[in-house]
Ligand binder design. Sequence first.
Ligand SMILES: [Cu+2]
Length: 176
Amino acid sequence: MKTNEVSFYKTSKANFANTYLQTHILLRSLVLCVALGAASPGMAQPLQPSSGQALPSVDVYKSPECGCCKAWAEHLQKNGFTVILHDVNDVPAARKKLGMPNRYGSCHTAKVGQYLIEGHVPAADIKQLLKEQPKAIGLAVPSMPPGSPGMEGERSVPYDTLLVTQDGNSKVFAHH
Ligand SMILES: [Cu+2]
């Protein structure tokens, strides 16, 4: 009886620790997102590219309060894209309207050429997509992995950029 109690206790403790860790990571991401927003107020819209590369412009749909969305937009701008920011109150509705499956959802959704871009996708991956021109919906980095462009901070985690195929499935496009 004692042994069972101990093993039950250990299991619950492990589950609790796991849930706590996941919640902690999510909360930290959100806090960082808001902190970045407070740190970069009043960005002009649209953003002009810093170099003269001929890249299609990126329409970004984000909530007005999203700081990491702006930080990602700046990352694109630094890498030669013209970014047009659209503040929307309902990002999931914008995602649905554009056609990116909700399960790949992140804090912002975007369109470049014929492709949709969800979340903190590195500019290099978007350039690769535009070069390869695969038959696909576009690219997604679901959720908001710490260390991805616009989510820089003291901590980084490995993450994948997914190629979302026309049937709504996905495969790994790039490891980061
Ligand atoms: Cu974000």
